[in-house]
Design a protein around this ligand. Sequence first.
Ligand SMILES: Cc1ncc(COP(=O)(O)O)c(C=O)c1O
Length: 464
Amino acid sequence: MIDLPRVLAADRAHVWHPYTPMDEWRARHDPLVVVRAEGPWLELASGERLLDGNASWWVSTLGHNHPRLVEALRRQSERLCHVALAGITHEPAALLAEELAAVAPRGLDQVFYSDDGSTAIEAAVKMALQFHAQRGAPKKTRFVALDGAFHGETIGATSLGGVEVFRRPFASVVFDCVHVPSPAGEDVSCAPLWGEAFDAIAELVEREHETIAAVVLEPIVQGAAGMRMYPPAYLRAVRDLCTRHDVLLIIDEVFTGYGRLGAMWGCDLAEVVPDLMCIAKGFTGGLLPMAATLTSQRVLSAFDGGRARAFLYGHSYCGNPLGAAVAREVLAIYREEPIVAGVAERHARIVACGERLRARIALVREVRAVGAIGAFELSAVPAVTAPSAVPTISAPSAVPTLETTDDLGYTASIGWRVYDEARRRGAYLRPLGDVVYVTPPLNIPLPDLDRLLSIVEESIAAVA
Ligand SMILES: Cc1ncc(COP(=O)(O)O)c(C=O)c1O
């Protein structure tokens, strides 16, 4: 049993929450207090159980507290918890790199470890800059990314980001990144309407390639932009464009990797091999923060020539043995169980749910689905006023209070009203603006997925 009043008071006094307007939130809300998690379920201090509709910001691809991962962590913790990776190696980091190289797109057999998606991107950006400088093209210093792109939180990753509200506070310091029109539109299976978007990036790269270091893309799905999807053909065309103009292609698989799209990597769907590939989130199945930037011998060889040309970059926890041991067990599970193959059946159920919603509820403007992602874009409706009463902090409210602000800063948006309805019905469905979405663990049992999808349907119907 936890001391709930104490936890809530300590949180209210000291915890600065991510993506949260703290003043409004502290005035109006109690956080959900999670005490346990298992599979797709979160258990609250109140004893309630919630289906985790977004697999905890997309990391728990194998469900919470997977027993094999917990056991791998326990085993490793008894032998070696951490040692710096500079000039030292250990079994988990070495064998994990070998295993990653075996499942990565062909030729990406060099593994640089870091801590999370943002640092994997940061490393890729620095590698790209130094790569060109050391091959005699020091003017190649600019990046190209998509409108609506999201690549993480460091200043480097923020520079690549194309979501205006996240960039704005840092606009004075971000580096030079040109944002081009996104090819994302209708459902990925719809007729490709990406031609104009490709023309725009092609024109830019053809004209200015002498100053462009890399194009950075989330493959097929722009997650944080609201699960916007585009056809694999665009990715293939950009790959060819980059190859023609000696521009590196950095693929950000932080969200899409580890089977989320129904293939191990998003770029597999386009049969594309990037120059650098960033992976995180599902890397440890949600147990520990760990990530990697994968690249080829060709890229690595530009760093030959001693200390003056080496990649002088590294985080304290690079290759952490605990994370690496868990990440190896993740890959073993993917080898031994039909995790990626099982996505097709889950996809079919998500699509069927979307079709029912679209047929029944006019509020549902668009449904997008690929792999184990379902996004239900709602028409914005006039905002409702959030309750102004300050809830007690001594006990969780029987009826949850409305959340008022989402990741994009909307107030009591339709997405958050659906969140509220879902919360009452037993699911955690954090929205992206007016987009309600599900990204459950890939191995979510089918009855739990059906339950989650009926909560989505009932909750959207309740606000329509
Ligand atoms: C595509 C993409 N890249 C990078 C990141 C940043 O990852 P992290 O939050 O682990 O730093 C995210 C996070 O959601 C992401 O979706």
